[in-house]
Design a protein around this ligand. Sequence first.
Ligand code: ADP
Ligand code: MG
Length: 295
Amino acid sequence: ATMPPLLSAIANAGRHGVLVKSAVVMERLGQVDAVALDKTGTLTEGTPRVTDIRPLPATGLDEDALLRLAAAAEHPSEHPLARAIVAAARSRGLDIPLVEDFGSAPGTGVTATVDGKVVAVGSPARLLKGRAEHPAAVVAAHLEGEGRTAVVVEVEATPVGVLGVADRLRAEAAATVAALTTLTGTLPVLLTGDNPRAAARLAEEVGVTDVRAGLLPQDKVAAVRELESAGRKVLVVGDGVNDAPALAAAHTGIAMGRAGSDLALETADAVVVRDELATIPAVVALSRRARRLVV
Ligand code: ADP
Ligand code: MG
């Protein structure tokens, strides 16, 4: 028998490296007329590296001591920033102590008890809120001005240092943004939990003008709903736990598979298994072709 068009399109998407979870999803992909892209792990490669280690002088900590604390608290986390921090500690041969009472807040950071003290590692926007004059905030702002993601380390609610982390833009990011713009007739929107300075710099490189930064998971949902209330069918592409609610709220959600969190992969309607962004416009086009054959 000849395969129905939507089923052959699913098989075809599979050959492109995209797992489309159902025929309904295969059909919906071709209906999207707006795209919202996550930054870290989606437009970037998702393997960030620690570039700066800045203990605050008043704390008496050296670089290794600061990195060891951060790596211990981040060890249980699957966030790309956490992996970067743990990898940096390993490459310096530091021992990473086991922690207790680990907790994480998507879009904010982690907390854990290390050596009997509560350590928090996370976003300057949340941890240093209302403390713009603090030396840690000054260091963080400087790193962000250079396009880095700044990560603050606190011990017992006192900031002790800042780490700078940077990720490379995917080689195919700008071309994918251009292809999605042509397919949908509108420029994709960038939705990120990262800081506005790093977001703006990256947006410029990929050719996106509508940038929403500093977003919590529920803010990403609100942005999607805003687009949908204007009559758009939104495709969300993301990878993190923080993207899961937006992936669920969107008309169609696609997760990046390699660095993606389990929650994102489960929530999304389709998964990019081969780690290439350019497969996304390809499957939208496949869906459009299959739908023309169906109707
Ligand atoms: P994006 O939307 O760009 O993928 P996330 O929402 O995952 O980014 O993260 C947003 C911000 O929250 C990060 O830039 C960082 O400041 C903070 N953050 C989230 N998780 C962690 C973590 N495990 N360690 C440190 N900071 C974190
Ligand atoms: Mg992400």
